[in-house]
Design a protein around this ligand. Structure first.
Ligand code: ATP
Ligand code: MG
Length: 321
C-alpha cells in the first residue's frame, strides 16, 4: 500500500519540517511509501527561478541526508510531462465549482482577479500527484484534507465515467510528530514561508547561529520551567523541541533543567546533536553535484517506470489513444 508525502521548496528546511515530518519519513517509512519534492507547487505565487532551482536541490539533499530512502524519493518536475498530462485529464474531470470551493484558494485569493490561475488549479495538480503514483494513503494535516477529498472525488468520477484505472486515495492522520512553533512568536507555527528568519531554525544553520537563535527565543518573565502550553507557550515550545530531540516527554524534559538560561542551552545542544549529522551529509551532497544529480535521475526513472502503465491507460480510457 502506497503512502505519498511531499514537501514544497518554498523555503529552506526548518526544524519543524525535520522533527514534525522528515525524521519520521526516514525512520518509519513502509517499503512502498513515496516521498517527493513538490517544486511545481512552489510557483503558484511570484517566484524566482534561480531560488526555486536552489531550494529544490537543497530539499532533496536534506531529505537524503536525513535518511529518506533514495529509491522512494523523486522530484515532481522531473516527471513534469507525466504530472501535467494527468493534470489535464483531471482538470477536464473537475468542475469549476469544485475548484472554486477550495478553502485555501478562497483564503489565499481573497476574491482578487489578479491571483494566478495556478492557485485555483493546484489542487488538481495535487490530485494528479496522488493518482499518478497509485497512492492509497495521503498523510496530511487539516489544511490539506479538502484537497485529498477532491482527489478522491476525481478518481471515482474518472473510474466511473471512463473505466477503472485509479486507486481511490484516502487522507490519513500523519503519525504524531512534534509541532514546532516560531521561536520569536510562539503563537504561530514555525513555517518556511511565513515566519521571520530569527524565529526559524534551519537544518543547515551553522551551530553558532542555532545557539544564538535559541538564546533569543521568546519565553516569559516567570523564570519557572514547567510545561504549560497555554500559560507559557514560549517555554512549552522549547520543552517540546527538547523532548523531541531527546525522545522523551516535555514534562520529563522540564525536570532536567532549572532556569530559562539552562533550558535554552540544553535545547540548543540537543538540537545540534540531532541535526548536525544531517547538516553535514546535506552539505556534502550539495558540494558533490554529480552524486545528487545521479540520485535525482535514478529517482525520476523509477517513478516514471512505476507510473507509466497507469498513465497510458488513463490516456487511452479518456479517448486520446
Ligand atoms: P509553508 O509555509 O510553505 O507551508 P511549511 O514550513 O509549513 O511551509 P510544508 O512544506 O507545508 O512546510 O510541510 C512539510 C512537512 O512539514 C509537512 O508534513 C508538515 O506537516 C510539516 N511541518 C511544517 N511545519 C511544521 C512545524 N512547525 N512543526 C511540525 N511539523 C511541521
Ligand atoms: Mg505548510
Amino acid at each position: 500500500m502506497i503512502k505519498l508525502s511531499g514537501i514544497t521548496p518554498s523555503g529552506e528546511v526548518h526544524l519543524g519540517n525535520y522533527l514534525g515530518a522528515i525524521r519520521r519519513w526516514a525512520l518509519h517509512s513502509g517499503p512502498d511509501d513515496l516521498y517527493f519534492v513538490s517544486n511545481m507547487h512552489a510557483m503558484t505565487v511570484k517566484h524566482s527561478p534561480e531560488r526555486l532551482r536552489h531550494l529544490t536541490d537543497h530539499q532533496l539533499a536534506v531529505l537524503l541526508a536525513a535518511g529518506v530512502p533514495q529509491e522512494q524519493l523523486f522530484v515532481q518536475a522531473d516527471l513534469i510531462r507525466e504530472h501535467m498530462t494527468l493534470t489535464w485529464l483531471l482538470e477536464c474531470t473537475c468542475t469549476f465549482g469544485e475548484a472554486r470551493r477550495m478553502i485555501q484558494f478562497k483564503e489565499k485569493s481573497q476574491g482578487s482577479a489578479s491571483v494566478r490561475l495556478g492557485l485555483l488549479t493546484y489542487p488538481v495538480l495535487m490530485a494528479a500527484d496522488i493518482l499518478l503514483h497509485g497512492t492509497a494513503q495521503v498523510p496530511v494535516g487539516e489544511d490539506q484534507r479538502q484537497h485529498v477529498e477532491l482527489a478522491r472525488t476525481l478518481a471515482r468520477r474518472f473510474n466511473t465515467d471512463y473505466g477503472e484505472v485509479f486507486v481511490v486515495p484516502e487522507a490519513v492522520l500523519p503519525e504524531a510528530g512534534a509541532r514546532v512553533r516560531d521561536l520569536t512568536d510562539p503563537s504561530r507555527k514555525m513555517s518556511k514561508s511565513s515566519s521571520e528568519a530569527n524565529g526559524i531554525v534551519y537544518v543547515l544553520d551553522p551551530p553558532d547561529v542555532v545557539r544564538r537563535k535559541f538564546q533569543r527565543a521568546v519565553t516569559d518573565s516567570r523564570n519557572e520551567v514547567r510545561y504549560a502550553p497555554e500559560d507559557q507557550p514560549g517555554v512549552a515550545n522549547l520543552l517540546d523541541i527538547l523532548a523531541a530531540c531527546q525522545d522523551t516527554t516535555p514534562e520529563r524534559a522540564a525536570e532536567s533543567v532549572g532556569s530559562y538560561r539552562e533550558l535554552k542551552e540544553a535545547v540548543a545542544e540537543a538540537v545540534l546533536a540531532t541535526i548536525t549529522p544531517v547538516r553535514e551529509r546535506a552539505i556534502h551532497l550539495l558540494e558533490s553535484r554529480t552524486e545528487l544529480s545521479h540520485i535525482r535521475r535514478q529517482g525520476a526513472e523509477r517513478a516514471r517506470t512505476r507510473s507509466e502503465r497507469r498513465l497510458s491507460e488513463a490516456i487511452a480510457l479518456a479517448g486520446l489513444a
